[in-house]
Design a protein around this ligand. Structure first.
Ligand code: FAD
Ligand code: DHB
Length: 389
């Protein structure tokens, strides 16, 4: 088989890139290790920046998001027993949308199917090959049979544990990493959200986040030790812990119910530079990870593939390599700002083992500053709604 761009990974990055390239008339094939059902079953992000929604619109996959997504104009920070609202819309004129990653993925998969584009699921042993030459290839095994795709370019959209970044010789990569000494325990439940906007809570027992997927489905997270096991967290314990970490009004109004999903995610900041290796380009979690506190991971995957699709368009339409040559620097400039913001939100809101009383007071002073200074509140807002592409 031959194609222009071979995309490894059918997460949000790979699927959105595929649709953008299709829109620009650039033929592409997606190779995914898992089944579509498995990909759709992973409960992850829930908050989209306006720029991400605009990209879904651009590829004709935004209709359901506009119908079912919830538009939020602000968020709440809880600390010292009270909640304080940040008016993002007032500060920036922009909003965010609550719409689950599973729904984004489904809409993109359906768009891809409708366009009749080739996706190979359950592709085993995928290998990007010869990307430092003019004739890159990707090999894979499907149903026990080996295959090869010849292509002009490879897009590594295969997440943090993918094969693309792992195929680059270590000396060509510079990595930056911070591993946080805690995780997030998340549950999903078919209960109405405790409050119409998100609540990010700094509490002596640990961080908590109240978010949602719809007016009927809630998503809650609590900071937990990294070595905790889901089995230690029956629903009753989770709800009790969440109630202790939010303000009294929210605790009184919280509607509890059986969890329909429960998982623990570690928190990490990670960047691998550069994002281009000859004719292979990385995008999304394959090249960077942020802790979820700022809701940036999925949105960064979207901005990366926006830059990458523009670069390929320039290459094919204008016979110019300027876009592909500039891709890594352009994408990383935005990535690092989101890495900084996610680190800052994480630092301000979580309990760190080493922080001591001094660290705790600094966090409270920071939160007090953010909610009471117009400049600080605007700074949080402009990062939260998403920096321009
Ligand atoms: P992935 O979604 O990881 O997709 C990569 C794909 O590649 C997968 O389907 C995988 O199966 C496939 N793959 C891997 N290896 C191979 C291989 N060898 N061969 C073929 N295919 C392969 N982000 C936000 O923006 N907002 C949020 O609110 C938010 N909340 C989050 C909450 C949690 C609990 C977590 C864990 C993450 C959250 N994120 C959030 C982050 C977001 O989910 C990720 O950044 C996003 O999934 C990245 O998309 P991606 O396509 O780059 O990678
Ligand atoms: C969600 C997750 C986040 O990390 C965040 O900051 C906001 C929302 C969510 O899962 O809805």
């Amino acid at each position: 088989m031959r194609t222009k761009v071979a995309i490894i990974g059918a997460g949000p990055a790979g699927l959105l890139l595929g649709q953008l390239l299709h829109r620009y008339g650039i033929d592409n094939v997606i190779l995914e290790r898992q089944t579509p059902e498995y990909v759709l079953g992973r409960i992850r992000a829930g908050l989209l920046e306006e720029g991400t929604v605009a990209l879904l619109d651009e590829v004709g996959a935004g209709a359901r998001a506009h119908q079912e997504g919830l538009i939020h104009h602000g968020l709440e920070l809880a600390f010292g027993g009270a909640r304080h609202r940040i008016d993002m819309y007032g500060a920036t004129g922009k909003t965010v949308m609550i719409y689950g990653q599973t729904e984004v993925t489904l809409d993109l998969m359906n768009a891809r199917k409708a366009a009749g584009l080739t996706s190979i699921y359950q592709a085993a042993d995928v290998k990007p090959l010869d990307f430092d030459t003019d004739r890159p290839r990707v090999s894979y095994v499907k149903d026990g049979v080996s295959h090869e795709i010849e292509c002009d370019f490879i897009a590594g959209c295969d997440g943090f544990h993918g094969v693309s970044r792992a195929s680059v010789k270590p000396s060509a990569l510079k990595t930056y990493e911070r591993i946080y000494p805690f995780g997030w325990l998340g549950i999903l439940s078919d209960t109405p959200p405790v409050s119409p906007e998100l609540i990010y809570s700094n509490h002596a027992r640990g961080f908590a986040l109240c978010t949602m997927r719809s007016t009927k489905r809630s998503r809650y997270y609590v900071q937990c030790p990294l070595d905790d096991d889901i089995a230690q967290w029956p629903d009753e314990r989770f709800w009790g812990e969440l109630k202790r970490r939010i303000d009294q009004k929210a605790a009184d109004e919280l509607v509890t119910g059986p969890s329909i999903e429960k998982s623990i995610a570690p928190l990490r900041s990670f960047v691998a530079e550069p994002m281009r290796f000859g004719r292979m380009f990385l995008a999304g979690d394959a090249s960077h990870i942020v802790p979820p506190t700022g809701a940036k991971g999925l949105n960064l995957a979207a901005s990366d593939v926006h830059y990458l699709s523009q670069a390929f368009r320039e290459y094919y339409d204008e016979k110019s390599s300027a876009g592909i040559d500039g891709y890594s620097a352009r994408a990383l400039a935005r990535v690092w700002k989101a890495v900084r913001f996610s680190w800052w939100m994480t630092s301000m809101l979580h309990q760190f083992p080493e922080q001591g009383e001094f660290g705790a007071r600094i966090q409270l002073a920071e939160l007090d500053y953010v909610v009471n200074s117009k400049a600080a509140s605007a700074s949080l807002s402009e990062n939260y709604v998403g920096l321009p592409f």
